[in-house]
Write a protein that binds this ligand. Structure first.
Ligand code: SF4
Length: 517
């Protein structure tokens, strides 16, 4: 981070050990070593280099000794085209044992990769303008947003130009490749909070303001959100932005994080801790010192939360065209699934495949007269627009299958619980279940109606896997972090306990009271 003068850098003894490494080596420098690692053995990679490989978008998967890697590929705003999807499918087939996981931040994850194959995989990604660079690491991560941008009847403006501008500015930009921790940005103009604003470091949400007797559509700005073990909801700044101001404010907020963010402890380094200490007013003042005066806030236009779900058939903004929300069980696709999606979007739709932060898929651009024939495509029996309720609304992180930090398995239990609930319960309203393998919360357990966070408990002399419960999380206009309940649920009876909880809700709710109320 030689390009950055940071108050912590002047006082090196206060830096955490990884920051000391980052003083000498920018994370992006690791990209130059990938060809060397290709020829050398896995064991030649030092611990320090293993940490820096995150900037290349790769982590060592569990168990570390086996020498396999996971790779995350950024899909900016969750929108890819069919040619990109075919390349992702071929990589999965050739190198990744036929697994593609959709993440809760609209990215794609491969598993089972070998270090010697990483340069070839990155070349294939680059050939279709995709990248894993900075999908992980202390840098701007995949920017999320409305996967329906440009075709959405519920967006107040088309954000695609702004999104591309911001993504292109930050991708691989060495002025921002050495931040105190990850930096998560969301840009959405959808009125149902498809960008999950409150859990991002920086979020732009739809707003309007009367300026010179004219209603102008633009954005409000939220900073300092994040989940993990210490969740914070983002704070609203008293700012209204015109669309062409989004990039400069993103640069300003990223600069404040880089220059004033905390680098003493990794656990205390996210922007949320700086925002909590400064407060919204001081943060706005410091931001204005960098970007100049900003207008005060206007009217919020977020009026609900769709939790990132689009299942079913919907009318697009463009008359005569439809988009289909397809359910991907637990966010896991095979290479053939993705290749088939590419084929049918080319055959019926607009050639795009959109991935959602609920780990599902949207295909768009299907005209009125082709809806019925589209519905008969064999793939729609696997990835259906009309899924069973619980299977459709269960989200799970990677868990113990591949993640070194996991305490418990997640996908296995998620499958078991959702299948059991679909077989035993009928509900007129969906209940969202999130399962996460450790407190880091990649499965966003704090947003769930019912969240299960992996934990262990000692029973007599045996340690058993299980979950702690968190209920009632919600985003949108009145976001709230789920409430933690006391107690431990052994994993093998979790399905029965959740069933009882839902039956209690069903029997005691007043009218159509939601689970969160
Ligand atoms: Fe791994 Fe924990 Fe993230 Fe799950 S929540 S993927 S177990 S770090």
């Amino acid at each position: 981070m030689l390009n950055i003068i940071n108050k912590w850098a002047l006082n090196a003894q206060k830096l955490n050990s990884f920051e000391l490494t980052k003083l000498d080596t920018d994370g992006l420098d690791i990209l130059d070593k990938l060809n060397y690692f290709q020829k050398a053995s896995f064991t030649s990679i030092s611990n320090e280099e293993r940490d820096l490989l995150k900037w290349a978008g790769i982590y060592i998967q569990r168990p570390r000794s086996d020498g396999y890697f996971m790779m995350r590929v950024k899909i900016p705003f969750g929108v890819m085209i069919s040619t990109q999807a075919r390349v992702l499918a071929s990589i999965s087939k050739d190198y990744g044992r036929d697994i593609l996981d959709i993440t809760t931040r609209q990215s794609i994850q491969f598993h089972w990769l070998r270090i010697e194959d990483i340069p070839s995989i990155q070349s294939k990604l680059a050939s279709v303008n995709l990248s894993s660079v900075e999908a992980c690491g202390d840098c701007p991560r995949n920017i999320i947003g409305n996967p329906l941008a440009g075709i959405d009847p519920h967006e107040i403006l088309d954000t695609r130009k702004i999104q591309n501008e911001v993504y292109n500015f930050f991708q691989g930009n060495r002025d921002f490749s050495n931040l105190p921790r990850k930096f998560k940005v969301s840009i959405s103009a959808n009125i149902f909070d498809t960008g999950h604003a409150a859990i991002n470091d920086l979020a732009f949400t739809p707003a309007s303001k009367l300026i010179d007797n004219e209603i102008v559509q633009g954005f409000h700005v939220y900073v300092g959100g994040g989940l993990s073990a210490k969740p914070h909801l983002a704070k609203k700044l008293d700012i209204f932005l015109k669309p062409d101001e989004v990039l400069k404010v993103t640069i300003g907020v990223a600069s404040l994080f880089r220059d004033f963010g905390y680098r003493q402890s990794r656990q205390h380094a996210r922007l949320k801790f700086l925002v909590a200490d400064w407060g919204a007013m001081k943060f706005k003042q410091e931001l204005e010192k960098l970007v100049g005066p900003l207008l005060s806030g206007g009217d919020d236009l977020i009026c609900g939360w769709n939790a990132g779900y689009f299942n079913g058939i919907h009318q697009q903004k463009q008359p005569g065209l439809h988009y289909f929300g397809l359910s991907v069980p637990l966010g896991r696709l095979s290479a053939d699934n993705l290749k088939d999606l590419a084929d049918i979007t080319d055959k019926y739709g607009d050639g795009t495949i959109r991935i959602t932060n609920s780990q599902n898929i949207i295909l768009a651009g299907i005209s009125d007269n082709r809806v019925m024939s589209f519905l008969h495509e064999p793939l729609l029996h696997v990835l259906t627009p009309f899924p069973e309720t619980f299977k459709a609304h269960t989200i799970s992180c990677t868990g113990k299958d591949f993640c070194n930090l996991a305490i418990v398995e997640t996908k296995k239990y998620a499958r078991q619980i959702s299948q059991y609930l679909d077989n035993t319960l009928k509900l007129d309203t969906p209940i969202r279940i999130h399962i996460t393998g450790c407190p880091n919360s990649c499965g966003q357990v704090q947003l769930a109606d019912i969240g299960l966070r992996g934990a262990k408990s000692k029973k007599t002399s045996q340690t058993i896997e299980g979950f702690e419960l968190q209920i009632g999380g919600v985003l949108g206009p009145e976001p709230q972090i789920g409430t933690s309940l006391k107690g431990f649920i052994p994993a093998d009876i979790a399905h029965v306990v959740i069933e009882q909880l839902i039956r209690f809700y069903k029997d005691h709710r007043i009218d159509h009271e939601s689970f969160n109320t």
